[in-house]
Design a protein. Structure first.
Lengths: 75, 365
């Protein structure tokens, strides 16, 4: 019986923790719908095929145009 | 970072996150349906791609913070711009200085993505953790890539012979002190020191009674209120001199500084307020001079003397024990620690009249 109580309290704690962690007032509660208007079932798109493939990226990736980069390191 | 590494988005945490659920195209555009795995396919897939869609998409979900951030110093660089305006700089639309500022300074402004997803473009770009969104940003890949030459190097102890900040040695990050205020619009404030939302030793809750409970600490009893914390607890920091902006032979904007050296100078407080009431503070020479934009025209900063070239500083290398707090005599009577006329070249004398220490504290106090 004691173990059951501990288990129940533990579960309650985890549920509360997850709930708190998921609530962020600064974020719209339905971010996908907010961006697209309707929720999308599509997860990562075809882009993932290339952008997770090191060998393919090594073969195809090119540096962006130089004017987009500059000197860092101030401040 | 190699070009391919910059765009490798294989982080599993990202793929399981809500940001991944919306798909790539929704934020970045392009065409996800291309099937050819070659250069032609790559070009077709990237047609219309928006490399950094921060300003277009982040606000859709993160409305409040995105709106605040639109007018934050990180976005507008208003701190730098206001400094030049105070020196008489003309920033009216189409003016020479406004164009020069855009050309030389605006490349360093931030976007949401350049703090939370990738290394800032001005520092070379590239995803920091496979497109995972990091909040807070990563200290080395984000904050220090822009704030490295001074604050970052000081904090990390990168200068030979100068120890890392004690807060760093305790494991603290930039975000341990700097929080959401980096996004805030700050109204009429001309510099970040005119706000009340910045980090504070006592308001942080870390040293909450340091200003009110000086018992048992004779140096605090004597000096709290008159000296900023940094006067006693910072060590040498980097100052830069004589920056000149120009174009190289290919027409690309470049800048050169004549010298950058370690310094430690105590001066009068140029930003005195209820938040920063100390009479004495430490000052850092900033890389501004009368000829800063001389390449583009004469006298573009006609009221140069309105603002000191030795600026209020918050060195990021705090120590409990420092050379200047070893004893009373370490500071009292030690003219080398103070900013005096001998430290100022003639053409900067007018600008610094308000911060020069004319009378060194008496050794026989």
């Amino acid at each position: 019986m004691r173990k059951l109580v501990i288990l129940f309290v533990g579960l309650l704690f985890i549920v509360a923790l997850v709930a708190i962690g998921c609530i962020d007032d600064s974020v719209d509660p339905s971010p996908i719908a907010a961006v697209s208007g309707t929720p999308t079932a599509t997860a990562l798109s075809g882009c993932e095929t290339c952008h997770t493939d090191k060998a393919l990226l090594k073969e195809l990736a090119v540096e962006p145009p130089e004017e987009e980069e500059g000197e860092g390191g101030g401040g | 970072m190699e070009a391919w590494e910059k765009v490798l988005a294989n982080d599993k945490d990202f793929q399981a996150s809500v940001h991944a659920q919306v798909g790539c195209v929704l934020c970045h555009g392009g065409n996800a349906d291309v099937e050819e795995m070659n250069e032609d396919g790559m070009n077709a897939a990237h047609e219309g791609v928006i490399r950094d869609p921060s300003n277009l998409t982040c606000g859709s979900c993160h409305k409040t913070i995105a709106e605040q951030n639109e007018t934050s110093f990180h976005t507008t660089l208003a701190g730098m711009k206001n400094g030049l305006i105070a020196r008489g700089g003309d920033f009216s639309e189409g003016s020479e200085l406004a164009q020069d500022f855009d050309r030389h300074c605006n490349s360093c402004h931030t976007t949401c993505g350049q703090c939370h997803v990738s290394i800032p473009t001005s520092a070379g770009g590239g995803l920091t953790s496979g497109h995972e969104f990091k909040s807070p940003p990563k200290m080395k890949d984000n904050c220090i890539t822009c704030h490295g030459a001074r604050a970052g190097n000081e904090f990390m102890g990168s200068y030979e012979g100068v120890p890392a900040d004690v807060h760093r040695t305790k494991g603290m990050q930039c975000s341990s002190c700097h929080g959401d205020e980096v996004h805030y619009s700050i109204g009429d404030a001309q510099t970040r020191y005119q706000t009340t939302s910045g980090p504070s030793c006592d308001d942080s809750g870390c040293h909450e009674d340091v200003l009110t409970n000086t018992e048992g600490n004779p140096q605090h009893e004597q000096h709290i209120g008159d000296l900023s914390c940094y006067v006693c607890h910072a060590v040498e920091y980097k100052g830069c001199y004589n920056c000149h902006a120009s174009l190289d032979e290919d027409g690309e904007p470049v800048f050169t500084t004549e010298k950058a050296e370690m310094e430690f100078k105590i001066g009068l407080n140029p930003v005195s307020s209820s938040e920063i009431p100390a009479k004495y503070v430490v000052l850092r020479h900033i890389p501004v001079n009368t000829d800063l934009f001389a390449f583009y025209g004469d006298n573009l900063l006609p009221e140069f003397d309105n603002v000191p070239t030795w600026k209020y500083a918050t060195p990021h290398n705090i120590q409990l024990h420092t050379p200047q707090n070893e004893s009373c005599e370490s500071c009292h009577g030690n003219a080398d620690l103070f900013l005096t006329e001998k430290d100022i070249p003639e053409d900067e004398m007018g600008a610094n009249q308000g911060v020069i220490v004319e009378e060194i504290p008496d050794p026989e106090w």
